[in-house]
Design a protein around this ligand. Structure first.
Ligand SMILES: Nc1ncnc2c1ncn2[C@@H]1O[C@H](COP(=O)(O)OP(=O)(O)OP(=O)(O)O)[C@@H](O)[C@H]1O
Ligand SMILES: [Mg+2]
Length: 353
């Protein structure tokens, strides 16, 4: 199974966890979560329903109808593939049929997620199969209003032996705000799950990744270390660099890659500010990122913010700022120090939201 580079450990853990009811895959933007999931599932020819929640990224909120329309499309893509599957939906409330296609309703007689899952499970059971439901970039579902899909996931845990979930997210809050394993009121409270972290490549792996990519194109590339020093080990940035380099060697490839990465991370940062009503605190948040570009302590941040505002910043305020940046995975905390999750974040200081 080698359509992705490295990641042996993650591939093995994911393969071995496919029987578990829930696997959570966490990693920053462009570290390769989607590639990992698709590569493993395609290689073992798994039957899966892939729900891409990133499509809701620019929406302020989502309603059940939005979710259901994605589910409908993806369920249809497997009912067309497996003869007989469509029959398992005959008794499900709110489902209409046209040949091998299904349509779900969201009116009074709305189609319930748990019923769809039960039908898939029943079909899988009868065919000695397993169905995997992937919720890709599940933090977007925090914006789902008026419908809670967690009870359906909990129901799957308890009752549906032939169905499992893979949930990916590029923000830590996918666990604390969406799945809420630690919250006593959450349907998933205390459930066991497998967690896989997809981290940026280390220096050695990044260099090998770049060199191998170029080698496959018949290019001898000697600046891999330099590229790593500038971009860090995010596979998405490295891939983009390689792609642009091969396509148009004459332009400034590094500048172009940084521009691309900065644009993507700036959008993430603006969404973070807008979603949490934090736009008025933009300068504060940017100051924290700037202060932490080579690592920083609580005291460093406090001093920097006090210098910015010319007044004392109380500890509660500072705690909230840091908590928010950690939740959205802009910062990482190690040994009581804070670091930028991606080196490109130090370059978004002039972001306009
Ligand atoms: N292990 C890998 N081997 C080869 N290419 C990779 C690997 N990981 C990531 N990539 C490449 O990096 C880019 C980003 O990967 P992918 O879309 O899987 O990341 P992601 O974490 O799902 O990103 P996003 O946060 O945008 O959803 C893709 O072009 C992908 O092909
Ligand atoms: Mg992805």
């Amino acid at each position: 199974m080698k359509d992705i580079f490295d990641r042996e450990k993650e591939i093995n853990v994911l393969r071995n966890s496919l029987d578990s009811p829930l696997t959570v895959i966490l990693g920053l933007r462009r570290t390769g979560k989607t590639s990992l999931v698709k590569s493993v599932l395609n290689n073992i020819r798994a039957t899966y329903v892939f729900l891409d929640m990133r499509r809701f990224e620019n929406k302020e909120y989502i309603v059940y109808k939005d979710f259901l329309s994605v589910l409908e499309r993806e369920v249809n893509s497997i009912t067309r593939k497996y003869k007989g599957l469509v029959d398992y939906f005959k008794t499900v409330k709110g489902v209409n049929f046209a040949g091998l296609s299904l349509s779900f309703s969201w009116g009074k007689e709305r189609t319930e997620l748990s019923d769809v899952l039960s039908s898939l499970n029943e079909w899988a059971e009868d065919n000695g199969n397993n169905v995997i439901l992937v919720l890709d970039e599940a933090q977007e579902l925090i914006k789902l209003k008026g419908y809670d899909i967690l009870p359906s996931i909990a129901y799957t845990f308890d009752n549906l032996r032939n169905l499992s979930f893979i949930v990916t997210g590029s923000e830590i809050r996918v666990k604390s705000k969406f799945l809420r394993f630690d919250n006593e009121n959450s349907p998933l409270y205390g459930r066991a799950y497998v967690e896989i972290n997809v981290n940026p490549f280390d220096k050695d792996t990044s260099i090998k990744f770049l060199e191998k990519g170029f080698e496959e194109q018949g290019i001898k590339f000697s600046r891999a270390e330099e590229v790593y020093e500038e971009l860090g080990g995010n596979p998405g940035w490295l891939t983009y660099y390689g792609y642009v380099y091969i396509k148009k060697r004459d332009t400034d490839v590094m500048e172009g890659t940084k521009k691309y990465a900065k644009k993507l991370l700036s959008t993430e940062f603006c969404n973070f500010l807008i979603e949490g009503n934090r736009l008025q605190s933009k300068e504060r948040y940017l100051k924290v990122l700037e202060t932490c570009k080579f690592g920083c302590s609580w005291k460093d941040i406090k001093n920097a913010l006090e210098a910015l505002e010319g007044r004392e910043i109380n500890d509660d305020t500072l705690y909230t700022i840091l908590h928010n940046l950690l939740e959205y995975s802009f910062l990482i905390k190690e040994n009581r120090k804070y670091f930028l999750a991606d080196p490109i974040l130090k370059e978004i200081s002039n972001v306009k939201c």
